[in-house]
Write a protein that binds this ligand. Sequence first.
Ligand code: SF4
Ligand code: SF4
Length: 150
Amino acid sequence: MTEIKEKTYLVIVQCHIVQERCSGFHCEKALYDRTGGFAVYPETINFRSLSLTCGGCCGRALHRKLTNLIRQAQKRDGISKEDIVVHLSSCITKDNYHAPTCPHLDYLKTLIGKLGLDLVEDTWISKTAEKRRQEGLYRNNQCMKETPHG
Ligand code: SF4
Ligand code: SF4
């Protein structure tokens, strides 16, 4: 079994609704800077990555998307699913500016688990958002203008 820090193919799953207004830049930055959910990876590791969305509530399309990825990656480039790790973006796993935690989080995890893929929660972690979570400011989705996400 490949340890998380040795994975060579990263998949970032964004919330389909959030993705309508988010490019995913902060997730990409977190990966580049090896912060947040990506802090475990050595800077020197050579990997590929891809971003996709859950496909919309309830997230069932994610199973089909990942199944396709597993098949294509193996067939085209000999990438085993042991080499793949799925990161659920922080806008799915955490209370944030956009919305509370995804109501289908457990379901998404089940779908990924059924495919035998390793899963990591979180991507970009905003220091300000983390502070506001600790202060309970996002409770009941009290959205505030210009509040950082993730
Ligand atoms: S964590 Fe932030 S940057 Fe990443 S997909 Fe969600 S809203 Fe976009
Ligand atoms: S299932 Fe969760 S992550 Fe997917 S669109 Fe709905 S709220 Fe967003």
